[in-house]
Design a binder for this molecule. Structure first.
Ligand code: NIG
Ligand code: FE
Length: 425
């Protein structure tokens, strides 16, 4: 048994309840002033609040028997943040695309010329396991420094059997060894690789056969992913091409996610709603019908403000989604092309300004709704008795300040299962 006390919390702010919060519930946070959290074996066992004699006596009692006491310094504490959408495993970078973009090339122009995702596919195929492991491990260290304690990572820069499996095995290893919990998503249907271009090897049909006949069953059998995702986009995969892949994934027991409406609305959101996807992600150009499909399917909207910012595009209609009862999560989309940034705090600031979401709605979006998008809502995403002690001690006193100050790292300590995994010096 190990006992940890987190004492001297000026303000504890957290959503409550182990489910995705939608509509007006997205705004509801519990706020406790003067709180202390007791952790037994990495799980929250007691929350003491208030400045009364009884509370003070109980804190002193626990302090005596605790193996470790962490002083929050009177600051704000929230649940550890959850980044529910990243593409954090890849070879190389794509800084050479920047001048092309500045001269007017669009994301899809670069992809069409064999660059973009396919550029990263070449580098990922060439990278060995250790290189990928070390690189992603360093990204996880960086995300922990910004307060993230659980992180989804999608494959999808291999696009052949060996490289997709290599990446998923590296993620499995990282999940065992890195303190940040890694939730792996298989995203083999991320782009059509060159060996299937121009009808070679059966074109898209041949590629989807590889996914459906070989990769999905292997990944299910070896338990290498929690979710299956696809890029439904103009010039990438249509809803008709994606449907059998997602249906096969469901049949094998995976929950599904869909990259939808990132650049053009071609029906990805409707497909996500129809198939009851756990989440639809991006949703930059989603219209009212798409929002209704999500509400009907009970699908979580994972909105990615950093991608809109980096692509110079519109921002997802997050307010409309909340109004129509769709639970909204916010994530980074960290990847080498459309969002080379993994600072989830920066996404808070962009969401405030561009989605016009309220601070409380944002906290819900990066904690419990993100947890629900990863099927972890019973384990993490709120500070409640029985939940894993994944906490963030900020170096500010209230969450409005975290939303207002942008570009700085406002983390004092990141705590995973009761242990400090990052501390700002
Ligand atoms: O989520 N949309 C597809 N995938 C990534 C970008 C991938 C890349 O450009 O490397 C995204 O934006
Ligand atoms: Fe993405």
């Amino acid at each position: 048994m190990s006992k940890v006390l987190v004492k001297n919390i000026g303000r504890l702010q957290t959503p409550v309840g182990s489910y995705a919060h939608k509509g007006s519930e997205q705004t509801e946070n519990l706020v406790l002033d003067n709180a202390n959290i007791i952790i037994d074996n990495g799980m929250i066992s007691e929350i003491i609040s208030g400045n009364g004699e009884h509370s003070k006596a109980r804190v002193l009692e626990v302090e005596k028997e605790a193996d470790n006491v962490i002083d929050a310094g009177g600051h704000l504490v929230t649940p550890g943040l959850i980044d529910s959408h990243t593409h954090m495993i890849f070879g190389g970078y794509r800084q050479h695309e920047l001048p092309k973009k500045l001269r007017g090339a669009t994301y899809l122009d670069i992809l069409r010329e064999g660059g973009g995702i396919n550029d990263t596919v070449r580098a990922t195929r060439a990278a060995d396991e250790k290189t990928l492991y070390d690189k992603t491990s360093a990204f996880l260290d960086e995300t922990a420094s910004f307060g993230v304690t659980t992180c989804e990572i999608k494959s999808g820069y291999g696009l052949d059997f060996d490289t997709e499996i290599k990446c998923l095995e590296v993620l499995k290893d990282l999940n065992k060894k890195h303190p940040v919990d890694v939730v792996p998503t298989f995203m083999g249907a991320h782009a059509l690789p060159p060996e299937y271009a121009d009808g070679k090897n059966g074109g898209k049909v041949g590629f989807m056969d590889l996914m459906i006949q070989k990769l999905l069953p292997y990944i299910a059998e070896h338990d290498l992913a929690d979710f299956v995702d696809i890029f439904v986009e103009d010039e990438v995969f249509s809803p008709e091409e994606g449907k059998p892949y997602l249906e096969k994934a469901k049949e094998l027991g995976f929950d599904i996610k869909v990259h939808a409406d990132e650049i053009k609305a071609i029906g990805g959101t409707e497909l996500a709603g129809e198939l009851g996807a756990k989440s639809a992600e991006h949703l930059i150009v989603t219209d009212d019908e798409g929002i209704e499909a999500l509400a009907k399917g009970g699908t979580i909207a994972v909105c990615l403000p950093g991608t809109s910012f980096y692509l110079g595009s519109k921002f997802a209609p997050a307010r409309e989604m909340i109004k129509k009862g769709v639970p909204v999560a916010i994530a980074t989309d960290f990847n080498p092309g459309s969002c080379p940034n993994l600072n989830l705090q920066l996404m808070i600031n962009v969401a405030i300004l561009k989605y016009k979401m309220l601070p409380e709605e944002i906290l819900t979006a990066i904690t419990i709704n993100a947890a629900a998008a990863l099927n972890r809502e019973h384990l993490v995403g709120t500070v409640e008795i029985g939940k894993q002690a994944d906490l963030l001690i900020w170096n500010v006193d209230d969450f409005n300040m975290a939303c207002y100050r942008y570009g700085s790292n406002l983390v004092d300590k990141t705590i995973k299962k009761g242990e400090v995994i990052y501390e700002q010096r």
